[in-house]
Design a protein around this ligand. Structure first.
Ligand code: IPM
Ligand code: MG
Length: 353
């Protein structure tokens, strides 16, 4: 198994280093794992003048899976759009055709108090958001800023081909079949033609999954329902921009955005794995970040790309154990728990394995 390791910017290198410790344990236990690192995002720009250097893309293409930290930082915000760290991330998703982004929102019972919502609202929470990742207003053409009638206008295009909706719908239905068999498709079909088509195609695909209970929700209502009664959801499938927003919202249900991993898969389950949080420049380099989302991303890698459920369980159980024994980075710390650094948290997971 060849894994491309792309630490990126900000806290990226710190959190990825903890995930690599976990991979080293697996290696010591006899697994064939080959790791190769390369720069992406601001680090890519610094190294090669490009947020997705050609060599990094080649490495990612050749690898069986990609582990990514995070990209972005204030020092890059003034670069031309094409050179910004976020472009590197968007391009690698597009180039590798990683159209299905799985973002679980799961609450560890011990972290109920870390959520800003009432414990009874979030306890037992287990949602999977399937976000389409290579289409929508993120990539639609035309886009730009230009002068019209003497003033500047900015514009983007929300666009989905039915084949794009169909393939992500199949992924979402497939996941729903393995879980609670409930799928909620989220769009804005009361206003947007793009959403109208989305909904039609999801309904067509549903014919092939009669056991799954399909519902539809407008995105504004979904945003509200996620904080009102999140446990009504099992699997959510939605487009790129709505999924971007709702997955950040859902992450806070689970106490901290620092807990949530993600998988971005192509048609053959090759994937890129990354925490859903960003590069947190404010705490970068201080050994304060929560590495658990990145470590849990490695678990997802074993589950989805390597189809090795036992190893995935092993990593997830180690994280559960560490949480249960009271180790907490600052973002999930509550009274009575032991505050640990990023690297100590990584060591604790290794010990629990
Ligand atoms: C995410 C991030 C990215 C996105 C940014 C960094 C481009 O917010 O992965 O959710 O918008 O997709
Ligand atoms: Mg986001």
């Amino acid at each position: 198994m060849k894994i491309a390791v792309l630490p990126g910017d900000g806290i990226g290198p710190e959190i990825v280093a903890q995930a690599v410790k976990v991979l080293d344990v697996l290696k010591k236990d006899g697994m064939q794992i080959e790791l190769e690192a390369a720069p992406i995002g601001g680090a890519g720009f610094d190294a090669a003048g490009d947020p997705l250097p050609e060599a990094t893309l080649e490495l990612a293409r050749a690898a069986d899976a990609v582990l990514l930290g995070a990209v972005g930082g204030p020092q890059y915000d003034r670069l031309p759009r094409e050179k910004r760290p976020e472009r590197g991330l968007l391009r690698i998703r597009k180039e590798l055709n990683l159209f299905a982004n799985l973002r679980p929102a799961l609450l560890y019972p011990e972290l109920a108090a870390a959520s800003t919502l009432k414990p009874e609202v979030v306890s037992g929470l287990d949602i999977m958001i399937v976000r389409e990742l290579t289409g929508d207003v993120y990539f639609g053409q035309p886009r730009g800023i230009e002068v019209r009638h003497g003033e500047r206008v900015g514009f983007n295009t929300m666009l989905y081909a039915e084949s794009e909706v169909r393939r992500v719908a199949h992924v979402a239905f497939g996941i729903a079949m393995k879980r609670g068999r409930k799928l909620c498709s989220v769009e804005k079909a009361n206003v947007l033609e793009c959403s109208e088509l989305w909904k039609e195609v999801v309904i067509e695909v549903a014919q092939e999954y009669p056991e799954v209970e399909l519902s539809h929700m407008y995105v504004d209502n979904a945003a509200m329902q996620l904080v009102r009664n999140p446990k009504q959801f099992d699997v959510i499938v939605t487009g790129n921009i709505f999924g971007d927003i709702l997955s950040d919202e859902a992450s806070m249900l689970s106490g901290s955005i620092g807990m949530l991993p993600s998988a971005s898969l192509d048609q053959n389950d090759k994937g890129m794995y990354e925490p859903i949080h960003g590069s947190a420049p404010d705490i970068a380099g201080r050994d304060l970040a929560n590495p658990l989302a990145t470590i849990l991303s490695v678990a997802m890698m074993y589950r989805y790309t390597f189809a090795d459920m036992a190893t995935a369980d092993r990593i997830e159980n180690a994280v559960k154990k560490v949480i249960a024994q009271g180790d907490r980075t600052g973002d999930i710390w509550t009274e009575g728990c032991r505050k640990v650094s990023c690297s100590r948290m990584g060591d604790a997971v290794v010990a629990a394995m």
